[in-house]
Design a binder for this molecule. Sequence first.
Ligand code: UDP
Ligand code: MG
Length: 318
Amino acid sequence: MQHKKPILAIVLPCYNEEEVLPETLKQLTALYHTLLEDREIATESFILFVDDGSQDNTWQMIKTYAKNDTFIKGIKLSKNEGHQNALLAGMHYAKNQCDCLVSLDADLQQDPHAISDMLCKYQEGYEVVLGIREDRNSDSFFKKFTAESYYKIMNLMGVELEFNHADYRLLSQKALSFFMQFKERNLFIRGMVKLLGLKTCKVYFKSNERFAGESKYSLQKMLSFAWAGITSFSLFPLKLITISGVLIFIVSIFLSIDVLYTVFFTNEAVPGWASTVLPIYFIGGIELLALGVLGEYIGKIYTETKHRPLYFVEEEAA
Ligand code: UDP
Ligand code: MG
C-alpha cells in the first residue's frame, strides 16, 4: 500500500500538435491544480511534453509553456521517431524524477480526468493501471473494424492484448524500472507492459473526438505499428511456414505414389509426364519444409537477440 502523496509525471508524445496543444495545456493545468489541491499528488509532480521531431511550432510552444510554469517540462527528439519511441524517451527522462508515470496522447481523445481514478488504484497498491476506452463511437467505421480485427488476429496468434487499451496507463516506479530492462528496438509498449507480471487493474474512460488537428498516425504508420506488434510478440507466421511445409510434403508423397502407380500399373501415362511432375511435387514439398525448419531457427535467433529479461524479482525477504 502506498500512502504518501506520489510525485506524478504525465508524459505526452506530440507530433505536429500545434493546433491542439493550447487546449491540452489548459485542461492538464486545471487537472494538475485540482490534483494538488485534493492532495492526490506531490508538488514535485510535472507534465512532460515530448516533441517527436515536429515540423510545426510544437517545440516553440512547449518551450514557452516550460518557461512560464515550473511544473511543465519538455524534451525534443532530433527527428520524428514515432509515437512508441517518443513515449519511451519520455519514460526514460522521467523515470528517476517520479513515483508514478501516466502516459497519454496529446490530442485529448483520452479523457485526462481518468488520471485521478488511476491514482486511486495506485494508492490501493496497483503497479500498472490500464486506461480502457468505454466505446469506440468517436472512431470511423474503418478504424473500429481494423482495430477490432487486429485484436482478434493477435489473440489467435497467442498474443494477449487488453481490448480497447492503447497507451493511456499509469506505471509505478517499480513497473517503470522493470520496463527499462527491456532492450528491444521494435517497440510495442502495450504488449511489453503485459509481460511485467505486476499487479494490474483497469480504469474506464470516455473517448472523445480528437480536439483539433488530424490523426498523426498515417495508414503507413498504423500498418507498420500493427506489424511490429505481430512480429515482436509472435512467431506464429514462421510456424505457419513449417505447418504448411509439413502438409504439402505429406500431400506430395501421396501424389508421387499416385504418379508412380499410373506409370507402372496403367497405360494412361504420357511419356515425360512423370519425370516432369514428380520433381515439382517432391522438391516443392521439401523446399517448404526446409524453409519452415530454417524459420524455426531464425525464430530462436530472433528471440535470443531481443535479450528480453528472463524474470523480474518483485520482492525480497531477509
Ligand atoms: N505521435 C507521435 N509521433 C508520431 C505519431 C503520433 O508522437 O509519429 C503522437 C501524437 O502527437 C499523439 C499520439 O502520438 O499525441 C497519438 O497519435 P494520434 O492521436 O494522431 O493517433 P490516433 O489517435 O489517430 O490513433
Ligand atoms: Mg488520437
